[in-house]
Design a protein around this ligand. Structure first.
Ligand SMILES: [Zn+2]
Length: 287
């Protein structure tokens, strides 16, 4: 009997320890931002894009069809947060002629939401294909880094840097005057519980990437601070950066922040929808 009791006691103690260790995670999973869900939503394709414009040092003859995406964070508190807003203005449609295009406000319908259900848009950077759609979501607060805003837009809504299109600079000022812009204060700033913005990617002056706490761990939404999985695996800076060394440091940091390298979501890689095939039809649940 005594011989048998020992293993039973030990097993019981081990079970208690395991339960204690699992406690905080399971609490977060049911009640807090840890149960947020993250989706990539595809709203189009740019065909035949030169890979050397995405990956520093890539073979200049390589071309690929790249994905146009926004990312949706569905939170248990009812907030529906987009990271980036895509584009919709005619000027960009004419110039870039995206294939399989969906207006970003219709892309959120793929995930069962209406444009007015989007409560927040976190803009990673001011390029047209990430910022231009911000005015498609009438109830959203628009978050971007303070330095990204002040570097690119003057008090009259005109561009201070070529990185922002004049139409988008005017839109940003209008949104700001309407009281809808929230400025994020630098690196590792909490935007809302479980969501933080990080600078250093240097795709633009103060481009940011975003971490999200989920039941599956920390997900990194890199946006253009890491265009393709290939940037990460080959330790290759993005081809369009103000500071390649800073970009490589930012990518390494994404690797430390993410619970697994597979949870780093690149900005334009169609492979996202291969690695995360569910639920499908342009929607990839990152998990
Ligand atoms: Zn960009």
């Amino acid at each position: 009997m005594l011989v048998l009791r020992r293993p039973i006691l030990f097993a019981s103690l081990a079970g208690t320890l395991l339960a204690a260790c699992a406690g905080p995670a399971s609490q977060g999973g049911s009640a807090g931002p840890a149960s947020s869900e993250v989706y990539a939503l595809r709203y189009g394709t740019l065909r035949n894009f030169p890979v050397s414009n995405l990956v520093a040092g890539a073979d200049t003859t390589r071309r690929m069809d790249i994905a146009l995406m926004v990312w949706l964070i569905k939170r248990p508190d009812g907030r529906n947060v987009l990271v980036d807003a895509g584009f919709h203005r005619d000027k960009f449609m004419q110039r870039w002629k995206p294939a399989d295009y969906l207006k970003p406000s219709d892309a959120v319908r793929l995930a069962g939401l209406r444009p007015e259900d989007i409560t927040d848009v976190i803009v990673s950077h001011v390029h047209w294909d990430h910022l231009d759609g911000a005015d498609l979501f009438p109830n959203a607060r628009i978050w971007l880094q303070r330095d990204e805003y002040t570097h690119h837009v003057n008090g009259a809504g005109r561009p201070l840097d070529r990185a922002i299109d004049s139409l988008d600079a005017a839109m940003l000022l209008a949104l700001n005057r309407a009281g809808r812009v929230r400025l994020v204060e630098g690196d590792s700033a909490e935007i809302m519980p479980g969501i933080r913005g990080y600078t250093g990617g240097k795709h633009t002056f103060a481009s940011q990437f975003v971490t999200v706490q989920t039941a599956n761990g920390t997900i990194v939404i890199a946006s253009d601070n890491m265009y393709l999985y290939e940037n990460f695996t080959k330790h290759a800076a993005i081809a369009q950066t103000l500071d390649a060394a800073s970009n490589l440091r930012a990518q390494a940091r994404m690797g430390q922040l993410a619970s697994s390298p597979r949870l780093i979501v690149p900005g334009h890689d169609p492979e996202v929808f291969v690695r995360f095939p569910a639920p499908g039809k342009g929607v990839a649940k990152i998990q």
